[in-house]
Design a protein around this ligand. Sequence first.
Ligand code: GRF
Length: 194
Amino acid sequence: KRVAILISGGGSNMVTLARSMTADHPARPCLVLANDPAAGGLARAEAMGIPTAVVDHRPFGKDRAAFESELTRVLKGYAPDIICLAGFMRVLTEGFVTRWQGRMLNIHPSLLPKYRGLHTHQRAIEAGDAEAGCTVHEVTAELDGGPILGQARVPVEVGDTPERLAARVLEQEHRLYPMVLRRFAAGDRDRVDL
Ligand code: GRF
């Protein structure tokens, strides 16, 4: 299976996903694509010998469809079987998502269905939650709403700042996403709960 990984920033999830696709793994990274030419993950992917591409969303302004048709054009050149969104910060329209339905995963830094959208750690702290975590789900047209494939939980500590909680959750993202992708690429949809 060929996996394209879409990033917007540092790409720490991309690195751990790429590293997890060892010789015995049913999948291989075929592309790392960023929507920002300054994404730090691009250099990390190049250092790992993974092909990279950039489709900068800014020239397209509010025209999501035009951005996504360029995204699709570039992706087609690498023929991915699976797309992994990893710290990818653009909302994808129903048109794009439908084309990839059942073959596109995302990692979200909350225990969905709680805290869809942004500022998830701040919201968990403000709500006084005892637990937080991350979720890997199939991407559907409903933002952060697709079938859940795995979750990892962490305690919220007294005095936690969003940054400290984010770091604790990110560690679990790096464990969860590779475990889910390995199963997903082998056709296994059983949930992973860490
Ligand atoms: C992090 O906030 C992570 O929780 C979310 O995307 C952001 C960047 O992740 N998944 P990465 O280091 O670019 O993978």
